[in-house]
Design a protein around this ligand. Sequence first.
Ligand SMILES: Cc1ncc(COP(=O)(O)O)c(C=O)c1O
Length: 468
Amino acid sequence: MLELTLDRGENRPLIDQLTQAIAERIDQRHLLPGVRLPSIRQLAGIAGVSKFTVIEAYDRLVAQGYLISRPASGFFVAGQRPALDLSEPVDQRDQAIDPVWIMRQALTVDRKTQKPGCGWLPQSWMNEEQLRRALRQLAGAPQSQLLEYSRPLGYAPLRQQLSRRLAGIDIPAEPNMIMLTDSGSQAIDLLHRYLLQPGDTVLVDDPCYFNFLANLRCHRVEVVGVPRRPDGPDLDQMTQLAARYRPKLYLTNAALHNPTGGLLSPAAAHRLLQLAEAHNFVIIEDDIFLDFQEHPGPRLASLDQLRRVIYLGSFSKTLSAAIRCGFIVAHPDRMVALTDIKLATSFGNNDASAQLVHRLLIDGSYRKHVETIRRRLRQAMAQCQRRLEGCGFTPWLQPGEGMFLWMHLPDGHDSAALAKAALQHDIVLAPGDVFSVTRSCAGFMRFNVAQSSNLRLFEILQRQLTRK
Ligand SMILES: Cc1ncc(COP(=O)(O)O)c(C=O)c1O
């Protein structure tokens, strides 16, 4: 039997409330396709409203495709909902610039295309020789496990190694609190499966990493943006939004935030954790750029000791994006459920990748490799910023470290239009709105400083920006 309670004290018409309540039950699959709804008279009795209110609500639900009306039999939940289509933008303002735009472009273009909009280092910056050597060693070592599924949490020596590394930034992670995944992206998806139900609300930074938005969309949740400030989320706004939407989750990169490159100040971190406690939401701290920081400051996961914070990382940015390997660090209480979801959705992570990453991490060359990357990134950042300023851009922040510069376009210019024009010249840029749930970042663009060394980029930018 359908149970519904409408709030007569609420400043919203009963028809709206009734329509929404039924739509939510269908979205959340409490009411499945084909189920017959109560008759108009029955529902009027259940909800304590007039028959007119029910007729109007049912009519709206039919118009919205939730219900079908069968004359003389009643109202039924409509058949299959349309398949999820991520290419459909959040609103219709710009069909081309949705959260998947950069990946779609950057992963399909040919090698000669410049990719200042992408989020990874150029091949020439990676230690490919070392990687090939480790692959050969792995293939040749008789003890390598190349045939069977991984253990549920993943390759134990890598988890032990990660545990030692995390202790270095005060994250108290025993190996049994670390679960290997096939990537940072898979870690995020698993956590969303674990924490969220369709219809829940999630807070993200505005702007945030575009794939947070795309993945949350797969989970059919409401996403609410918290304006990002240079030292973290706007906590006054977050307080109001948390009270209003009762979010289940806040998803962020506390340090080297994508796309702004910002850090979370210690004061903001403390207040954020208090807010999460007061409003009972979980925080996912995606720390994928950790090794780009020379002296990493305290992480949310260390301040909170993994009570409310779940931490994740991956090796795509420093070792290889082809060898997929990431990890989740969480309180032991969460590990059984998380591992079950991992097994249910993948039967385990790629054990060959995990063994390879382990070899690469324990080899002394990793430390030298990331030191070199950090040095090169610092130089590239200073140079890229100077060149962009020469084209009329202004930095929103001076990150100093990491890969990204979040730049303001000269007044009146639109980053989506600039990105589309640049594509004609074989340059993939990252227009601001792909990072913004409110689509309020049209005046910004993210630059990957490691992918912005070719002077042709700045010539094209200059030409496009003076054309207007
Ligand atoms: C903030 C952030 N998280 C996660 C990822 C995904 O990483 P992976 O390649 O491990 O899936 C990226 C990739 O750009 C990222 O920028």
